[in-house]
Design a binder for this molecule. Structure first.
Ligand code: URP
Ligand code: ZN
Ligand code: ZN
Length: 483
């Protein structure tokens, strides 16, 4: 290759993939990696990484952007501010959710979500679906067609009145996942237990934000996780349990794995870096900032999550970015009021901080290898949702989505972040690293300053999840025959 062949060469990178770490230059042309090796020919532009670690750009496979909400709630981040914040924190692909409202066609939900994304994104994006109304048309026509068009994963809720499915509906939807090779993600919390506990807490006048955690103890997550596993076993289809918070759900997933079931799992920064105490030690409303579901647990459960990240229990590490402003009538103070916890929108911001938090507290604190970091934050999410090897790795032919890391001490401040939320749950936290440069398709998007180009981000149709095992013959019970 001659100099003119390379648009950009990154020199002297310490390249980390999910399997290897090696010294290399990285040559880029037309947005893709075209050569790896030392002493590559000069490019039209050059960046000297000077021995710094270079990882694949992050793939955040669980974030919520501009998702339609019941009034007065409204998400603070749309595709513009959300992907801006992603890029500045080293994430170069996001997979938010096209959510079906009950009574709405799934196709209409997808079309609406494309309109919300069109021309705004700074990084590439794909869509998961949320199936909240599995009518015969959805099950027989819309969902199979959409899977074929590249929407190969969908989320099922076992809680939230406007989204939840009952067990029969879950079985129906899982059967479509099996038939068409899609990945089913499950939000596992027992809705009836939560409602019963919430009413008891309210009757006792315990409505401050901190009681949110008491209304959703680990037991409700454990029961629903167990049930989701049983339903997936009955249908004989893999599932991925999202936002696992602690020991009791982890035990269910370990049990399933030990019994040979294909149960994948995701966890999130809030289960490593927050506890229920962040929802408040007294009845102050400030704790509303950290209301999310499942709620953060305690230090012992944080250790359980760290162990699961290291020993392979968890497949992916996502942000579950669900952005609501704290001091806003469309956010944590509905209509401007401090309300009972059941009325506070669930979710916390985290797109920009996911990668630096795990790099600092995992890799640099000696809790996790660099290669496992890459696997959890980029490679596995790309595999789980059918985007690998285009995304999630550093290899010839892959998109040139890269992060050059700066290992330096800093203090996390919301004023330095790029989302549209008025707080971060991690304010004041000491970090040891931040992306020095983020490249999307070979273009510098972040180098300490943000370089906007709305519409740079492209929609990515997803292939079949490559983590899926080959499909076994349908078991007799599923075919409706005696075993
Ligand atoms: O509290 C959370 N996690 N909100 C976002 C929606 C969800 O269930 O992931
Ligand atoms: Zn969820
Ligand atoms: Zn979520």
């Amino acid at each position: 290759m001659t100099a003119q062949d390379f648009d950009l060469v990154i020199r002297r990178a310490r390249v980390a993939t999910a399997s290897d770490t090696f010294d290399s230059d990285i040559a880029i042309r037309d947005g893709r990696i075209v050569q790896l090796g030392t002493g590559l020919a000069a490019g039209q532009r050059e960046i000297d990484a000077a021995g710094r670690v270079v990882t694949p750009g992050g793939v955040d496979a669980h974030c919520h952007l501009d998702q339609p909400m019941l009034a007065p709630a409204r998400m603070a981040d749309d595709f513009e501010s959300g992907t801006r914040s992603a890029a500045c924190g080293g994430t170069t692909t996001v997979i938010p959710f096209a959510a079906q409202e009950k009574g709405q066609s799934l196709r209409a939900a997808v079309d609406d979500y494309h309109r919300r994304a069109e021309g705004l994104a700074h990084v590439d994006y794909a869509f998961h679906l949320i199936v909240s109304d599995p009518t015969a048309t959805v099950l027989n026509d819309e969902l199979p067609a959409l899977i074929g068009e590249g929407y190969t994963s969908f989320k099922i809720y076992m809680t939230y009145d406007d989204l939840k499915l009952d067990d029969g509906q879950i079985l129906d939807v899982l059967s479509v996942a099996r038939e068409h090779g899609a990945m089913a993600m499950v939000h596992a919390e027992n809705a009836d237990c939560i409602e019963w506990l919430t009413r008891r807490l309210e009757a006792a006048g315990r409505t401050a934000p901190r009681f949110h955690a008491l209304s959703r103890p680990m037991l409700v997550e454990r029961e629903a996780t167990h049930r989701a596993i049983a339903l997936s076993e009955l249908v004989d289809v893999p599932i991925l349990i999202v936002h696992v918070s602690g020991r009791e759900a982890v035990e269910q997933i370990r049990w399933a794995r030990a019994h040979g079931l294909n149960v994948f799992a995701e966890t999130c920064p809030q289960y490593l870096f927050l506890t229920a105490e962040d929802l408040g030690l007294d009845d102050s409303y400030q704790g509303a900032r950290c209301i999310c579901s499942p709620p953060p647990r305690d230090k012992r459960n944080q250790d359980v999550i760290w162990n699961g990240l290291n020993d392979g229990l968890f497949t992916v590490f996502s942000s579950d970015h669900a952005p609501f402003r704290y001091d806003a009538p469309e956010g944590k103070k509905p209509d401007g009021k401090e309300v009972a916890f059941r009325h506070i929108p669930n979710g916390i911001p985290g797109l920009e901080t996911r990668m630096p938090l795990l790099y600092s507290e995992g890799v640099l604190a000696g809790r996790m290898t660099l290669n496992r970091f890459v696997e959890l934050t980029a490679t596995n999410p790309a595999k789980a949702y059918g985007l690998h090897p285009r995304k999630g790795t550093i290899a010839v032919g892959s998109d040139a989505d890269l992060v050059i890391w700066d290992e330096r001490d800093l203090t996390l401040r919301n004023q330095d972040l790029h989302h549209n939320v008025d707080y971060t749950p991690y304010e004041g936290r000491a970090l040891r690293a931040w992306p020095g440069v983020t490249l999307v398709a070979g273009e510098v998007v972040w180098d300490g300053a943000f370089h906007p180009r709305k519409g740079r981000g492209r929609f990515l149709p997803c292939g079949q999840p490559s983590l899926m095992p080959r499909r076994s013959p349908m078991p007799p019970a599923v075919r409706g025959e005696a075993a």
